[in-house]
Design a protein around this ligand. Structure first.
Ligand SMILES: *Cc1c(COP(=O)(O)O)cnc(C)c1O
Length: 356
């Protein structure tokens, strides 16, 4: 039976990425060796790193003066590295979920944090809009896509100060005006590569302005200077990331991906909104994530949630159980997920609804 992969992360990768990675595990760049057993300083791997950086910049139209880094530690390490490197006195943070609040917790270790707004009062099912960012902060930090709650900020905010964003789960799903940001980061395991690598886009002249002592490995300047090769980088995930970037370019780039993602999300949200049984957890359409679609059973059908998971899983729908903080279901529609999978899920929802 065909499997449809809705896992939230690690998550579906393109067949192109998987095939190219499998080939390189057997024989990398005609070296007669596996990519698992070669030096990261070989000219063959250096070429992978260089091309991955170049394609990343090309696809996101990153302006001059920015570096793209591939680091270890996950987005979670960035929660601390960002304030350690960028926070002088005060920063503003928007609290839109678990990941945002984890970033806030780490930032508080390094300075004054102004949480300008929070949607915690309604279990993070909306994006706060009425807030102002003080003009004297070092930066404004936000999470563009709230993977757990299915809300998303799909337009670069206009807040009058330099921005920093966690784009772990929606990078490459829309054009981004990188020039408004000092830094953008994310774990690769949602829209880019297998787990193990973290991307960082950083404005070079935004670095080096704190008088804090920063350990070498936690200092962005170390990695900028050494082109992400200060120590051994995550070789295999970087190779896979390059394959995904090539695939994105082949498809036509970020605008084409955005259109595909919008179309997929439309099909699923329309099915949910038109159903008598299911309801989306994010009421405001503008706040709805096109990457992670969260929905539950209406109160009168609540006791059928477990049955639906089993019913859908038996029909090849993988990973649709909602996060424990939200319950119900979550279908992640990352870039690599084909429309065919969304339609298959909608069919299963309709079949289940017809039975009850
Ligand atoms: C998955 C995720 C993280 C955590 O990433 P790790 O690489 O596991 O540390 C952080 N932020 C967002 C928005 C995520 O989706």
């Amino acid at each position: 039976m065909k499997k449809h992969n809705f896992y939230a992360g690690p998550s579906i990768m393109s067949q192109f990425t998987i095939d190219a990675t499998a080939d390189a595990v057997k024989n990398f760049a005609d070296m007669g060796l596996s990519i698992l057993e070669i030096s990261h300083r070989s000219k063959q791997f250096q070429a992978v790193m260089d091309e991955a950086v170049a394609l990343f910049k090309e696809l996101l139209e990153i302006p001059e003066g920015y570096s793209v880094l591939f680091l270890g530690g996950g987005a979670s390490l960035q929660f601390a590295m960002v304030p350690m490197n960028m926070l002088k006195n005060k920063a503003a943070y928007l609290d839109t979920g678990v990941w945002a609040s984890k970033a806030i917790k780490e930032a508080k270790l390094f300075g004054d944090i102004d949480v300008v707004a929070s949607s915690k009062d309604r279990n993070y099912n909306y994006i706060p809009r009425d807030y102002t960012v003080p003009s004297d902060v070092d930066y404004f930090h936000y999470t563009s896509n709230n993977t757990i709650y299915g809300t998303e900020i799909r337009k670069d905010p206009e807040v009058g100060v330099r921005m920093i964003a966690d784009m772990s789960s929606d990078i490459f799903s829309r054009p981004v005006d990188v020039s408004k940001y000092d830094l953008i980061y994310g774990g690769a395991q949602k829209n880019l590569a297998p787990a193990g690598v973290t991307f960082v886009i950083v404005k070079d002249d935004a670095l080096g302005h704190t008088d804090r002592v920063i350990p070498t490995m936690l200092n962005y300047e170390t990695h900028v200077k050494k082109g992400s090769m200060f120590n051994t980088p995550p070789v295999l995930p970087i190779f896979s990331a390059l394959q995904t970037l090539k695939y994105y370019k082949q498809l036509g780039g970020v605008k084409v991906l955005e259109k595909m993602d919008l179309d997929k999300a439309d099909v699923l949200y329309n099915a949910i909104d038109g159903s008598k049984m299911f309801v989306a957890t994010v009421p405001n359409h503008e706040d709805r994530s096109i990457m992670n679609v969260c929905f539950v059973m209406k109160p009168e059908y609540k006791d059928l949630e477990k049955d639906f998971i089993d019913f859908a899983t038996e029909r090849g729908m993988m990973g649709i159980k909602g996060h424990r903080d939200v319950g119900g279901f979550r279908a992640s529609l990352y870039n690599a997920l084909p429309m065919e999978s969304v339609k298959a899920l909608v069919d299963v929802m309709k079949e289940f609804e017809a039975k009850h």
